[in-house]
Write a protein that binds this ligand. Structure first.
Ligand code: BGC
Length: 746
């Protein structure tokens, strides 16, 4: 009956004469509201909702220009746009959408990855904080600023596990570990979506890139991925599942093929797993042009086949391929894509538009006063500094060279990043000319800490990438006059990110030579490494007394680094990814399998799994990071040596602050399943706790393990635990742990 009424001319008349969506009764359930709209739509209008175009700027791929976008919006041929920003701009485009027959509001999306106006550390750096509330806060601020500028949807978080630092997009994720990555994925989704869609400070999150994009062969961006389904389920998919469980409104598929099937045409990923097993109710957007790129993959012949493969596989929205808008109507008419497939995709998209409140008021995100207030909100700057401090990793501190005294008489700041502005922001950040003044350089950060009588010397020394050594002598002269030298070296902002894979991940240009020249002066040297990925820097690691990994820290970089250098903040971050000794070790990660011929140690070469020219261990292991204080770990105490699946195992360990500063430690718990029906990693992170300890104080850290923590995918892809013997490890890094053993019985 209801559907007859909805189709009746009377109902249509009512719709046309009343403010459009008031007629869709408030009391209806969301599904009913969505259905009510869907029923009124023509096939072309439905396909329009599945179509997304780029705005005018910030393209990461080729833009296909086919027709006037504005006219297409008025005809209802567009469901969403990306890279359109600002309340003015979004309002203008939304007004065009209101001229379309169905008046369905547009969704505006953008890559707001680590901040919009206030830039936070790159995601990999934030992951080093292991601080979930801080990471959530960063996403919250980004969403508040983005939503205030008219943007409904961020293409973040990237939750791809990455074990290959050659891959430029390693900067966008949470590193190599599935457990840590899953918690961070959920924190970021919660941060972006805040108290829920429908609030004007919430943006829809988008978990990407579904799936396994981080395992691109040889770390080359957009490359193929080939892995067992067991590896996929166990290592690469859990952060996506965590994002879905945390309520991520959308997913983005990926450029790569997975075991021969491009992700955009991959029904196993999108239909069986995401929408089937995980019950995901949101929609899936393709990556930029990835539907059309299935032609290049050699998976489909043309755009017609591309649209068919993608729609049938569960890709709901086409970003910039124009495959859907050009082919879906014909495919439906020819019976190659069922109308039910189209309806399902459109319902998913409409549902999110309803949840965002856009049917109630399409302009609710277009509030200029809010935009001004949020983009200059001082609380955001404070938050950015806090998160940046927590992301800085202290890698080496011989003879307690750090922290420096604020009364230092002569300090030299040397290197191409000392006065750099936008290089602090890193990839996936936007240049707002108005905001340049807000970026705090290292120079400014350091000067603000020093006593009035301190003399701050400066020399750039060299450019980031150039090979000129012309500035070396000036830099050496500055160092000679200094009591201590702080050097900043690293990668330019455009050297790590999308399409920024590198085969050699060392300092570009002559920066390492500059460091050598300055160290040769005999002055104490602190090196700050500014980069989006783990770099290889063995000479520096072995010859410079103090090394701080400062990544790309964002708007407040200079202040945050100065907080650490002068001891106002005691560094607490831990590496979320292993740092290789050379590129030849890649992929390198802590949770490898033991093999049949494990090396006993780094110098064991006796027909074991090793290199004849290189130790197996990384330069810096996963979970590693120093503090100005030191922590010692007592022995592990277990509540019982044997436990049953119905029971809990309590793991306790006492940690003492044995150094001279109050400090924060991230206590990490790993397990090893000694014998499994499929082989298990030598260590797997299963818990961590951040603790604050005053100097001399101690505390007992407690973890609870249950049989669920011991699950894995067996060779039948069942997620099970198996009775048997396990090891449990607790420590301050994956390579420095106490250990104990327990047994799980039936
Ligand atoms: C990237 C996505 C991004 C999209 C839109 C693509 O090239 O792979 O991560 O969201 O562009 O900018």
């Amino acid at each position: 009956m209801k559907s007859c009424l909805l189709f009746s001319p009377l109902f249509l008349l009512i719709l046309l004469v009343t403010p459009f969506y008031n007629a869709i009764a408030q009391k209806k359930s969301l599904d009913q509201k969505v259905d009510s709209v869907l029923r009124l739509m023509t096939l072309d209008e439905k396909i329009g909702q599945m179509n997304q175009y780029n705005g005018d700027w910030a393209a990461t791929g080729p833009i296909t220009k086919d027709g006037d976008k504005q006219e297409q919006i008025k005809k209802g041929m567009l469901g969403s746009m990306l890279n359109v920003t600002g309340t003015d701009h979004t309002r203008t485009l939304q007004q065009l959408a209101m001229q379309s027959r169905m008046k369905i509001p547009l969704l505006f999306g953008q890559d707001i990855v680590h901040g919009y106006r206030t830039i936070f550390p790159i995601p990999l750096a934030e992951a080093a904080s292991w601080d979930l509330p801080a990471i959530e806060l960063s996403a919250r601020v980004a969403a508040t600023e983005g939503a205030a500028a008219g943007i409904h949807w961020t293409f973040a978080p990237m939750v791809d596990i990455a074990r290959d630092p050659r891959w430029g997009r390693v900067m966008e994720g949470a590193g190599e570990d599935t457990y840590l990555g899953s918690l961070i994925a959920a924190a970021r989704v919660k941060g972006f979506q805040g108290k829920g869609l429908g609030n004007t400070d919430a943006m829809m999150a988008c978990a990407k890139h579904f799936a396994a994009y981080g395992a691109a062969v040889a770390g080359r961006d957009y490359n193929s991925v080939d892995m067992s389904n067991r590896q996929l389920l166990e290592t690469y998919l859990p952060p996506f599942e965590a994002a879905a469980k945390a309520g991520a409104a959308t997913f983005m598929n990926s450029f790569n093929d997975l075991n021969g099937v491009p992700a955009s045409g991959n029904a196993y990923l999108q239909r069986t797993i995401l929408k089937g097993q995980w019950g995901f109710k949101g929609f899936v957007v393709s990556d930029w042009g990835s539907i059309g790129e299935m032609i290049n993959h050699g998976f489909v012949k043309d755009n017609y086949e591309a649209a068919m493969a993608a729609a049938n596989a569960g890709s709901d929205m086409d970003m910039e391929s124009r495959s859907y808008i050009q082919n879906l109507a014909k495919l439906v008419k020819e019976g190659k894509v069922k109308i039910a497939v189209i309806d399902d995709a459109v319902k998913r998209i409409l549902r999110k538009k309803f949840e965002m409140g856009l049917f109630d008021d399409p302009f609710r995100f277009c509030n200029e006063a809010r935009e001004n207030e949020q983009s200059n909100n001082p609380a955001h700057i404070t938050a950015a500094r806090e998160v940046a401090k927590k992301s800085i990793v202290l890698l080496k501190n011989e003879k307690q060279l750090l922290p420096l005294s604020k009364d230092v008489k002569n300090i030299a700041l040397i290197g191409p990043f000392v006065k750099a502005k936008s290089d602090n922001l890193g990839f996936w950040s936007y240049d707002w000319p108005d905001d340049t003044a807000r970026i705090v350089t290292l120079w400014e950060g350091v000067k603000s800490k020093l006593a009035a009588g301190s003399n701050v010397l400066y020399a750039k020394g060299c450019e980031i990438k150039d090979t000129s050594r012309a500035g070396f002598s000036e830099a050496v002269a500055a160092a000679m006059q200094a009591d201590v030298v702080v050097m900043t070296v690293g990668e330019a902002r455009d050297m790590t990110g999308e399409a920024k894979s590198r085969s050699v991940i060392r300092l570009p240009g002559v920066q390492e030579e500059l460091v050598k020249a300055i160290v040769a002066t005999g002055k104490p040297v602190v090196v700050l490494m500014s980069a989006g990925r783990p770099l290889v820097f063995n000479w520096i690691a072995d010859n410079v007394p103090a090394i701080v990994y400062t990544w790309w820290l964002g708007t407040q970089a200079g202040n945050a680094i100065a907080d650490v250098l002068f001891g106002d903040y005691n560094p607490s971050a831990k590496l979320p990814i292993s740092f290789p000794r050379t590129e030849g070790q890649i992929p390198i990660y802590y949770n490898y399998y033991n093999t049949g011929r494990p090396a006993k140690n780094d110098s064991d070469l006796n027909y074991v799994s090793s290199y004849i020219d290189l130790p197996n261990s990384p330069k810096y292991p996963f979970g590693f990071g120093l503090s100005y204080t030191s922590f010692s770990y007592g022995d592990i105490e277990l509540s019982k040596p044997v436990f049953k699946p119905t029971e809990k195992l309590v793991v306790k360990c006492t940690v003492i602050n044995t150094g001279n500063y109050d400090g924060e430690e991230t206590v990490q718990l790993y397990i090893r399943d000694l014998v499994g029906s499929v082989v298990r990693p030598v260590k797997e992170l299963k818990g961590f706790k951040k603790i604050q300890l005053k100097k001399g104080a101690s505390t007992t850290v407690e973890f609870i393990l249950t049989a669920n923590d011991l699950r894995f995918y067996n060779d039948k892809l069942q997620y099970i635990f198996e009775p048997g013997d396990f090891k449990v490890f607790v420590g301050g890094s994956s390579a420095s742990v106490k250990e104990a053993g327990f047994t799980l019985v039936k």
